[in-house]
Design a binder for this molecule. Structure first.
Ligand code: ATP
Ligand code: MG
Length: 534
């Protein structure tokens, strides 16, 4: 290896955050904190408590909760199965497909190798408690080990093994490998509604006074193509109301709270769209979807490939299309409002009245839909300015069937999820970015004696809530003042031998360069008044 190549190799690798993830840094994080604080201030008076569910859960929870054939679940989840289970899963698949692949006589030979490895990996995994320790698993493991031993002996040691015994062993292998219980695969959460419902069921929250109102905030993960306002790790602030009734006032109050939150954040150009998607029954949404599909059949040739595919699987989602040439076609399709059953119609009318009563301005959008059966009636979305095509900052709706679908009691449900990244982006675009973090006081000290006083002063001032910078090593006053203004400090507290001896400290106002001498107590008082006046 040449010297140059060696040098290159020795140079430590520089790491970067993975594509689609990013660091949130000061001063931006101050705005993030402010937004989260505002959410708490708005949600708590409406009776919400915070829930912090785990960031990963059993994959199947999301498959059921979000819907197995939604984009989120079919291609956007980060799924992992703990090592060495992925190896065991692979071996199991191999073992179970070996007979088909090899057929007749070579089959036992081909089976032997993966089987021996399966038994070995199983042994080490179970000794490290990486396998569920059920009675069936313990029995299967013991049986497999002895079969594997015998099979190995028959086909590698004996000249003409008893074919019947070999076949019998192979069959047993397949049976017990197939029935072996592995740990469930887990996924990083792509959203939190399914987790909140799981928690409601797991902790018997139906026994609490209903409805239960919960809010959450935190990171979500989706394997999407990163672009402005679309990340692989992004943040949501959401709320759910579970149990109780489905009175339209509940939907309206949730939306009122949401709009109050955006208002308090100072979000510009918000638009609330609402719709009712009825409920899954023949005299309501199912009837509508059948009609929609029939109409789509007639215009099929003029639709793009995506819409043609959706038309078969989930016709409602065709209404989501953003394709220019499909817009005129979609506008002529039948609308759900004309096909709602009487109950859903009444619910929707009452929702609109309730929103008006609360002074919430909305726009109706008949194309706002959700593709899953347990979504029903109220759906809504909020858009904001400055976000390009990713302009949805919040989506929400009613999902009365979800808790039951996840194995819980029948329970009504409604909620929303705010895209915090997009909310922040929009606030920043409209000039509501965070102010750079300055310091209130920079302590310029010189000399041993002054240092001791400076350390004490820094502690006292910080205790009183001031942002204080205390340089760790001695600096000439000129240099110290330069640093103070670079840090955006309001004041420099100058402490030298004279100040300590006289008990009169020098306070310099950096904006105008003026200086004054104050006793320690007077200085604290002065700073307090200044801060109150800011
Ligand atoms: P979109 O149509 O923008 O993909 P969605 O329908 O997938 O949104 P929901 O699952 O309803 O979104 O999530 C609620 C909110 O979360 C969205 O309105 C959006 O603000 C935000 N969001 C969703 N996916 C992402 C992402 N990958 N990056 C940043 N924010 C996101
Ligand atoms: Mg999406």
């Amino acid at each position: 290896m040449s010297e140059g190549a060696k040098k290159k190799e020795e140079k430590p690798r520089k790491f970067q955050a993975i594509r689609g993830t990013r660091d949130l840094l000061p001063p931006d994080t101050a705005l993030w904190n402010h937004v989260e604080q505002t959410a708490r201030e708005v949600f708590v008076p409406y009776g919400y408590g915070e829930i912090r569910p785990p960031i990963f859960e059993v994959t199947e929870l999301f498959a059921r909760g979000v819907g197995g054939d939604t984009d989120i679940v079919s291609k956007e989840m980060f799924t992992f199965s703990p090592d060495p289970l992925s190896r065991l899963e692979a071996l199991r698949t191999l073992i179970l497909s070996t007979r088909e692949y090899w057929g007749g006589t070579d089959f036992p030979q081909a089976l032997n190798e993966p089987l021996q490895e399966f038994v070995d990996v199983l042994k080490s995994a179970s000794s490290r408690a990486q396998i569920p320790e059920t009675a069936e698993n313990v029995a299967s493991q013991a049986q497999l080990a002895s079969i594997a031993n015998r099979l190995n002996q028959l086909i590698t040691v004996e000249d003409s093994p008893d074919i019947d015994e070999v076949n019998d062993l192979c069959e047993k292998v397949e049976l017990s490998v197939e029935s072996f219980q592995f740990q469930d695969a887990a996924s990083l959460r792509p959203e939190a509604t399914a987790s909140v419902c799981r928690a409601y069921i797991e902790h018997n929250m139906q026994q609490l006074p209903q409805p239960v109102k919960l809010y959450y905030m935190g990171p979500m993960f989706r394997r999407e193509r990163p672009q402005k306002g679309r990340y692989r790790q992004f943040y949501q602030i959401g709320a759910e109301i579970l149990g109780g009734s489905d009175a339209p006032a509940i939907d309206a109050e949730l939306i009122e709270m949401l709009m109050a939150f955006f208002d308090k954040c100072g979000l510009q150009g918000t638009e609330l769209s609402i719709n009712s998607i009825g409920h899954a029954s023949d005299n309501c949404r199912r009837g509508y979807v059948a009609k929609l599909k029939a109409e789509l059949e007639k215009v099929k040739d003029r639709l793009g490939a995506d819409s043609q595919r959706r038309m078969e699987k989930n016709p409602l989602r065709v209404l989501d299309s953003k394709l220019e040439h499909e817009q005129a076609i979609i506008e002529k399709l039948p609308r759900i409002a004309d096909h709602l059953c009487d109950d859903c119609k009444t619910h929707y009318a009452a929702l609109k009245r309730e929103l008006e009563l609360r002074g919430v301005i909305y726009r109706e959008n008949w194309r706002l839909v959700r593709g899953l059966d347990y979504y029903m009636r109220t759906t809504f979305e909020i858009t904001a300015q400055g976000l390009g095509s990713q302009n949805a900052v919040c989506g929400g709706g009613r999902y009365d069937g979800l808790v039951e679908l996840l194995g819980g009691p029948p329970a009504k449900g409604i909620g929303f999820a705010i895209g915090e990244d997009r909310l922040i982006l929009s606030l920043q675009e409209s000039g509501k970015g965070a102010a750079p973090q300055g310091r209130d006081v920079y302590i310029a000290w010189m000399g041993e004696r002054a240092y001791a006083t400076a350390v004490r002063a820094a502690k006292d001032l910080r205790n009183a809530g001031f942002r204080v910078e205390l340089p760790p090593t001695e600096l000439k006053f000129g240099k110290a003042l330069e640093r103070a203004s670079k840090l955006g400090s309001c004041f420099a507290l100058i402490l030298g031998d004279n100040e300590v001896t006289d008990g009169q400290w020098t306070l310099k106002t950096l904006a105008d360069g003026s200086q004054q001498k104050l006793s320690e107590a007077a200085l604290l008082e002065y700073l307090r008044n200044q801060k109150a006046g800011l």
